[in-house]
Each structure stands twice: as structure tokens, then as C-alpha cells.
Design a protein around this ligand. Structure first.
Ligand SMILES: *Cc1c(COP(=O)(O)O)cnc(C)c1O
Length: 455
């Protein structure tokens, strides 16, 4: 039996766990260690990635994980919930403060679950939804047929123009024509500001519900570097593990509409949203993750978080200009957030670029581009994000060096077919060394503490 004495507390739990893995489960311990090594030795330019804050990580691994707490604070189906009630109430209160919301649901296990819950709370199966096409930067859960959103609902998609900007006229026309019950905005591969006010105007004209999904830009929204949809859309969702640097999880928010009746239903938005999470779709919440969300929201209100999100913006601008200086087509000509979309040369596909770069310790995503002719498994572009580089305090010079390496790899790739390619072993080794040097110049440190700024 493990004796978890009060004296040892949290430290004991966490240290003993790591020691036990080392001693009794070396197979898993090696995998976990190797991943720490991989993250230190590679440069991640994946737009959705960032490292969790130490405090959110610690809360995730806390003793709250032992508590079953079906229900909501003060209304549980289990006893022994006094501390998890406090943790969940704190997470809710901080989420409301951070995002200026009236309602916050902190129990969703992920943003995809949150979207599923919102749709099932407010729609009937077969209702029409209007979301951004996956090919144009939308998320799977905004109407793709491989998810619930495109198979339980009649999903219509809107697109971006050839400049990579949402075609608001088309959104309006499709809304008039199909009269969806819900319009979904927010994107997963989009480098421009989303005009939530315009979306609400379009929704109001036809009495539709507006859902904004800010998973990718939650940090920019929280620090007022992007307009907030919370008091514009009826409902806002986000994950907590991208710009918020919290645990893997979801968050549902509602602002001024929280206590309004859902159109055509005898229930308010906040009540409908709560019921759709528990008991409709989830059982007991992951209360350790909820405590971790509270830690993330707390940190997100600090000046250091503000400085970090500012670095995300300046780093993204530096990367975009570095690519343009190298003659690459940055879709839309610039970025207004953390994402940079690159159109590759005709003979290079996204799939081969992604793999070639990974072989050189640079991690990116292949991505579709406006006017795409290739499948989503191949694509003609790359999606790059600045979140992880901002956590490493990579300055402008560093950004130029990284882009230089990326361009060198892309120049030296010889395509065989859509996915296969040849890349000289010496080139790979040379690039890996350069990346390793950059990784030690810009080490993964505790970015939550204020560092000397180089930029
Ligand atoms: C990442 C993302 C999601 C999914 O988040 P998970 O928590 O991984 O399910 C949903 N919507 C958008 C717009 C995203 O970018």
C-alpha cells in the first residue's frame, strides 16, 4: 500500500511516481525520457503546439485525479468534493474574468468534445450548419463528413478568397440560401483576423446561432490582440492547450447571450450548454485537468503571459518576412496572428516537405492552400506557427536562420513522386547540426519567468 502522508504531499506523489517508473517500468520511462529529448533537440513550428506551463503540468499531476465528482460545484452526485468544488469554481471564475464571459464550462475533455457538446445542445440532428471548409482552414468539427458535425447535421461550407481571406459575401449568400440554424466561425489554418462582428450580423439576419471556435487564437483574444467573440457570438469554444499553455482540454464560454433563451427552445444557453456536457455526453469530469485549467487561466492574466503572446506576434511577423525575402509566397501576403501559410514550389508537395524537414529536426505541418489541386494527404503548402519559438525566445536573427535552413532543405529535395523524395545524407546531417546549435542557443527554458528580451 502507498502511504501518501500529508507531510510528503504533492512532491512525494510526483517524485515517487517518476522513480517508480524508472525502477519498475523502464520500458515506459525510456519512452517518456526520449520525448523530453526530442522536444529539446527539435524546433517545433507546428501552429497548434506550445509547451504547458510548469504550474499547469503540476496541477494535472495532482491528487485531484483520485476524485470522482459527477455533477457541478455544489451539486455533485458524490461526497468528498469540497476541494474539487473549490478548484472547479476557481477555474470557472478565472475563465469568466479572463474572457469577460457570463458562463464558462470547464469540464469538456477537448475542444472537439466541446464543439460536439455545443452542437448537440443547440441543434437537432439533421439541422443545417454553415462552417468553414476544411480545405480553406476550417476545423474537422465544423462540418467535415468524417466527424459527427458533417454526418449528424446538414453541413454547408464557406471558403476563403484566392488571397486567403474569408469570403464574407459568400458566407452571407450561403446563409441566405440555406438558412442554417448555426453558423460556425474560427479556424485552424488561417493567418488573418476573423471578423466576428460581421459573422454575427450575417447570423442575425437569418436568426441563426453563432458559434466561434477560438482554439488557435485564445491567447491573442485573452490579451486583446485579436477581437473577442465572447460577447459577440452566442457561444465560444476553445481548447486550453494551444496558446493558453494549459492541459489538453476544452472550454465553453458564453457572454451576453448566456442567460437568453436558445431560439426555438425553452431553455437558456448556459443551462443547455451545461446539460450537454453532463450528463448528456460526459460522466465524471477530469478534475485534475480542471485544476490545471485554473492554473493556465491564472497565468494568462499575468504580464509575463502578455509578453509571451506579444512575442508570438513578433516572431510570426519575422518568419513571414524571412520567407518572403527568400521568394516564397506567404498566403495573404502577411500574417495577423501566429500562423504563416506557405505555398511551396510546384514540384515540391507539402507531404514531402514535412517529411524532409522532420528528417532535419524541424517539425511543421503540410497544409492545403487556396486553389489546392492535391489531396489533403499530399497538399501544396506548409502551415507554420510561432508559439513554440516564442517560448524559446527566438529573436529575429534566429527566425531568419531557421527559415534559411528550411529553404536549404526545400532547395535540395529531389522529388520522386508526390510523397517520395531524395535528400542527400550530408545535407540532412548538416541541417540537423545547425538545428541542434539553434536549439542550444534558444533552449527550452521556463518561459513563464521573465527573461532578458533580445527582440
Ligand atoms: C485544435 C482545434 C480543435 C480541436 O481541439 P482538441 O482539443 O484537440 O479536440 C478544435 N477547433 C479548432 C479550431 C482547433 O484549431
Amino acid at each position: 500500500m502507498i502511504n501518501i502522508g500529508l507531510k510528503e504531499g504533492q512532491d512525494y506523489l510526483q517524485q515517487k511516481g517518476m522513480k517508480d517508473l524508472d525502477t519498475h517500468d523502464p520500458e515506459l520511462a525510456r519512452i517518456l525520457d526520449a520525448e523530453v529529448g526530442r522536444q529539446h533537440r527539435t524546433l517545433s513550428l507546428v501552429a497548434s503546439c506550445c509547451a504547458v506551463t510548469p504550474r499547469a503540468l503540476a496541477a494535472s499531476a495532482s491528487a485531484l485525479v483520485n476524485v470522482t465528482a459527477e455533477g457541478t460545484p455544489g451539486r455533485r452526485y458524490h461526497a468528498g468534493c469540497e476541494n474539487v468544488d473549490l478548484a472547479e469554481s476557481l477555474a470557472i471564475q478565472r475563465a469568466c474574468e479572463l474572457f469577460d464571459a457570463q458562463y464558462a464550462g470547464v469540464q469538456p475533455h477537448s475542444a472537439s468534445s466541446a464543439n460536439y457538446q455545443v452542437l448537440s445542445a443547440l441543434l437537432k440532428s439533421g439541422d443545417t450548419i454553415l462552417g468553414m471548409n476544411l480545405d480553406h482552414g476550417g476545423h474537422l468539427t465544423h462540418g467535415s463528413p468524417v466527424t459527427f458535425s458533417g454526418s449528424y447535421y446538414n453541413a454547408i461550407g464557406y471558403s476563403t478568397t484566392s488571397e486567403g481571406v474569408i469570403d464574407y459575401d459568400q458566407v452571407d449568400k450561403l446563409a441566405q440560401k440555406h438558412r442554417p440554424r448555426m453558423i460556425i466561425c474560427g479556424a485552424t489554418a488561417y493567418s488573418r483576423v476573423v471578423d466576428f462582428v460581421k459573422f454575427r450580423e450575417i447570423a442575425d439576419k437569418i436568426g441563426a446561432i453563432l458559434l466561434a471556435d477560438i482554439s488557435h487564437i485564445a491567447g491573442l483574444v485573452a490579451t486583446k490582440r485579436h477581437q473577442s467573440p465572447v460577447n459577440v457570438a452566442h457561444v465560444t469554444t476553445t481548447c486550453t492547450h494551444k496558446q493558453l499553455a494549459g492541459p489538453r482540454g476544452g472550454l465553453i464560454l458564453s457572454g451576453k447571450d448566456a442567460n437568453e433563451k436558445v431560439p426555438g427552445m425553452d431553455i437558456t444557453f448556459s443551462k443547455a450548454l451545461q446539460k450537454a456536457v453532463f450528463p448528456w455526453m460526459q460522466g465524471a469530469p477530469a478534475v485534475n485537468a480542471i485544476a490545471s485549467k485554473a492554473a493556465a487561466f491564472g497565468y494568462a492574466m499575468s504580464p509575463n503571459f502578455d509578453a509571451y503572446i506579444e512575442r508570438i506576434r513578433t516572431t510570426a511577423d519575422a518568419i513571414a518576412s524571412a520567407f518572403q525575402a527568400k521568394g516564397y509566397d506567404v498566403i495573404g501576403g502577411h500574417t495577423e496572428n501566429h500562423t504563416i501559410l506557405i505555398r511551396l514550389d510546384d514540384n515540391i508537395t507539402g507531404a514531402m516537405a514535412e517529411e524532409a524537414l522532420e528528417q532535419c529536426s524541424i517539425i511543421v505541418n503540410k497544409n492545403r492552400v487556396p486553389g489546392e489541386t492535391r489531396s489533403s494527404f499530399v497538399t501544396s503548402g506548409l502551415r507554420i506557427g510561432s508559439g513554440s519559438l516564442a517560448q524559446r525566445y527566438v529573436d529575429q536573427e534566429g527566425c531568419y536562420k531557421i527559415v534559411e535552413i528550411i529553404c536549404e532543405v526545400l532547395d535540395k529535395v529531389t522529388p520522386i513522386d508526390d510523397r517520395k523524395f531524395k535528400l542527400d545524407e550530408l545535407v540532412k546531417e548538416n541541417c540537423r547540426k545547425k538545428v541542434e546549435a539553434l536549439c542550444s542557443s534558444y533552449p527550452l527554458i521556463d518561459y513563464t519567468e521573465q527573461q532578458d528580451q533580445n527582440m
